[in-house]
Design a protein around this ligand. Structure first.
Ligand code: B1M
Length: 208
């Protein structure tokens, strides 16, 4: 029997090789890909998210855990596709127009992937037109926008307005160091998250 608890622990400890080995072994002995995902990788990332939220661990540990999960996902993903496992939800993410900061956005994207979301990362300096074009192409349920500069924050409002004008019904969540819940309410965003772990909870609530 595959030890999925050990797989979760390997993710928590950022042990890439062990995460990969257990994932391969589990698949070889016939464990369902979804079981490996839910009870191994996601279970591990859930704990990483909870510890990050309580400040028990910090960004480097989260990045290392995400890297271990990513390694295991390389062998798991094709099996999930074969088994027809649906992602928790589909989400587009990008840093707002004019803004090149992407460390926080990448962290949020990794945690969302860790929680079972299909994440399409549009990168940095993403304008309203690109969000609109890509959300139509991907048929995503949620758009996540990150901003690190007070001067680029208005780009979030511009994007929300452009989506409304284009008649696109998609949930928008925002975040980044200068962003607040008050700002999210003012510009009509569907949600705000102060950190990557909270962003996962928020995204889950937006697709529920
Ligand atoms: Co810039 N920078 N920077 N910078 N930079 C800040 C943001 C700044 C606060 C530094 C300072 O002056 N004290 C300041 C902004 C001031 C302001 O607007 N209030 C600033 C400035 C001014 C600038 C330039 C204008 C500097 C210049 O050229 N004169 C320039 C702008 C370039 C541009 O974007 N057009 C610039 C450039 C850069 C670098 C390229 C050198 C580099 C970015 C590298 C990169 O990202 N690839 C950089 C960096 C590294 C920083 C600091 C030092 C660190 C930012 C960071 O990565 N934090 C930053 C000062 C600081 O914060 N101490 C600073 C770690 C990251 C994990 O946190 O992004 O907040 P954060 O993400 C968190 C949460 O906010 C949240 O979750 C994450 C994890 O918990 N979150 C979300 C983020 N996005 C989310 C989205 C969500 C939900 C949650 O939903 C979608």
């Amino acid at each position: 029997m595959a030890d999925l608890k050990a797989l979760a622990d390997a993710v928590i400890n950022g042990d890439q090789n062990t995460a990969l080995e257990i994932t391969k072994a589990a698949l070889e002995e016939g464990t369902a890909a979804k079981d490996v995902l839910d009870n191994g990788l996601i279970a591990g990332m859930d704990i990483v998210g909870a510890r990050f939220k309580k400040n028990e661990i910090y960004i480097p540990e989260v990045l290392i855990a995400a890297r271990a999960m990513k390694m295991a996902m390389k062998v798991l993903e094709p099996e999930l596709v074969k088994a027809g496992v649906e992602p928790v939800g589909k989400l587009l993410i990008g840093t707002v127009q004019g803004d090149l900061h992407d460390i926080g956005k990448n962290l949020v994207a990794m945690m969302l992937k860790g929680a079972g979301f299909e994440v399409i990362d549009l990168g940095v300096d993403v304008g309203p037109e690109k969000f609109i074009e890509q959300v139509k192409a991907a048929n995503a349920q949620v758009i996540g926008i990150s901003a690190l500069l007070t001067t680029t924050m208005p780009g979030m409002e511009k994007t929300i307005k452009a989506l409304k004008d284009a008649g696109i019904a998609v949930k928008v969540m925002i975040g980044g160091a200068p962003v607040t819940q008050d700002y999210a309410d003012r510009i009509g965003a569907d949600g705000y998250a102060p950190d990557a772990a909270s962003a996962v909870d928020l995204a889950k609530s937006l697709v529920a």
